[in-house]
Design a protein around this ligand. Structure first.
Ligand SMILES: [Zn+2]
Length: 94
């Protein structure tokens, strides 16, 4: 028996109005001393619902997870494919 995984928001788990979200906002590449292409890359992209995406806007990931500690557990489980640098910037992979 196999199960097809339903796509869901990596933050709140919603399965509605899904969008592509950059964990570290593209606009912050200078601030985090990264090359822009490191952020404009699948290793920084996750699926998030429109509601989370609209609330997070260009917030740094660490700030987002401080605001929503309840989203940490799901994100850690779902976001194993992200680059180590992106994970580090979330401040929740320890
Ligand atoms: Zn969401």
């Amino acid at each position: 028996m196999s199960r097809t995984k339903v796509q869901a928001c990596v933050y709140c788990g919603s399965t509605e109005d899904l969008t592509i979200e950059h964990v570290v906002p593209l606009s912050r590449w200078r601030e985090f001393k990264l090359r822009r292409r490191v952020l404009d890359n699948p290793s920084n992209r996750v699926i998030a619902c429109h509601k989370c995406n609209a609330e997070k806007v260009n917030m740094p990931p660490a700030q987002w997870f401080q605001l929503h500690p309840e989203y940490r557990k799901r994100f850690i489980h779902e976001a194993r494919f992200l680059s180590n640098r992106v994970k580090e910037l979330t401040g929740i992979f320890l």
